[in-house]
Design a protein around this ligand. Structure first.
Ligand code: NDP
Length: 317
């Protein structure tokens, strides 16, 4: 029987597995004779048409001769592309979810309000019981620079714009978004960095974005600006970020993603007075939504239709 294999070398995907079973069995799923198997339970490799994965186990994917696609269970796909034995021709899909993007918009709006209204200063003064109003201004006086204008970045830009913030955004290709100043190119434009009061990283992890936020990057930011990372931890050189914070070049940082997750108990980020650490919770799609998208693609494969939300391997997202 055709099989959808759910696997991860690092995470427990049993709840997602149940959601996939429910989606496959739902009347609207219309996937007859589909078995959902949670690796490492027994399966016939010749039956596996699709894999739903987070960090696929080594050796598994090349052993599946009938594989039609590999589905990332998240918005990012680097954990699949980094798989050393990923078969060359198999398409990769990812999750694209409007609710998830709305969650990201809420997270970044919270960070923008935190810095724009001076809540960072207020919290720092509370320990000394100091009653002092930080400088207050209209949201339009605070410019947020967003790196990445895809599913996440676009919703974030719109939410900030609609809340009165000035918004700039940078992506590889040219984009037009009403009320948002956009930049295109392979490196963050100097003007973009120099004018933003808060820079937000919403980029996928690729060879080009790994280590992008380094000493040079932070030095090019507006003095006293804030930094938010909700992309991937490997995009930031942590030592360079800490140096920029300690030197006063940056006012503060909100970090949701880290090189190693969970963040090590020994990390200096936990106790840095200018850093807010959140546990990779900026936004997530529900298991039901993830399952629905993956089962829909299985259905498409089996009825000869093109699958949706595929990525371009060469560009890495
Ligand atoms: P998309 O693929 O929809 O968008 C990626 C955007 O990044 C595009 O605008 C793309 O440019 C731009 N981009 C990619 N590479 C570069 C580069 N080298 N220079 C400039 N711009 C670049 O991804 P999503 O918006 O859906 O997600 C982005 C990332 O956010 C995910 O890969 C994941 O790592 C992270 N994420 C984090 C979550 C969390 O909870 N912390 C939740 C969800 C996602 P162009 O438009 O020109 O192609």
């Amino acid at each position: 029987m055709a099989t959808l294999l759910v696997c991860s070398a690092t995470d427990d995907l049993s709840t997602l597995c149940s959601a996939l079973e429910a989606a496959a069995a739902a009347p609207e799923g219309q996937v007859r004779d589909l078995k959902v198997v949670l690796w490492p339970a027994a399966f016939d490799p010749w039956d596996v048409v699709a894999v739903a994965a987070w960090n696929p186990p080594a050796g598994l994917l090349p052993a599946l001769p009938a594989l039609k696609f590999v589905a990332s269970i998240g918005a990012g796909i680097e954990h699949i592309l980094q798989c050393p034995d990923l078969p060359e021709e198999v398409p990769i899909t990812r999750i694209v979810d409007t609710q998830q993007a709305q969650g990201m918009a809420e997270y970044v709006l919270w960070a923008a309000l935190h810095f724009h209204r001076g809540f960072d200063e207020i919290l720092a003064r509370q320990t000394s019981r100091t009653w002092r109003v930080p400088p207050q201004a209209a949201a339009s006086a605070f410019r947020v620079g967003i790196m990445g204008l895809g599913g996440m970045g676009t919703q974030v830009a719109k939410r900030l714009r609609d809340n009165g913030f000035s918004v700039s955004a940078w992506a590889r290709r040219a984009h037009e978004l009403q009320g948002v100043q956009t930049f295109a190119g392979s490196t963050p434009p100097a003007e973009f960095l120099a004018l933003s009061d808060m820079v937000v990283c919403l980029l996928p992890l690729t060879a080009q974005t790994t280590g992008l936020c380094n000493a040079e990057f932070f030095a090019a930011m507006k003095p006293g600006a804030a930094f938010v990372n909700a992309g991937r931890g490997q995009q930031v050189v942590t030592g360079d970020l800490l140096a920029a914070l300690d030197a006063g070049q940056l006012r503060g940082a909100v970090l949701d993603v880290f090189d190693t997750e969970p963040l090590s108990q020994q990390s200096p980020l936990w106790s840095h007075p200018k850093v807010i650490v959140t546990p990779h919770m900026a936004s997530a799609a529900t298991d039901a939504s993830i399952a629905c998208q993956i089962v829909s693609n299985v259905q498409r494969v089996r009825s000869g239709q093109a699958i949706e939300n595929t990525v371009t391997r060469e560009q890495g997202y």
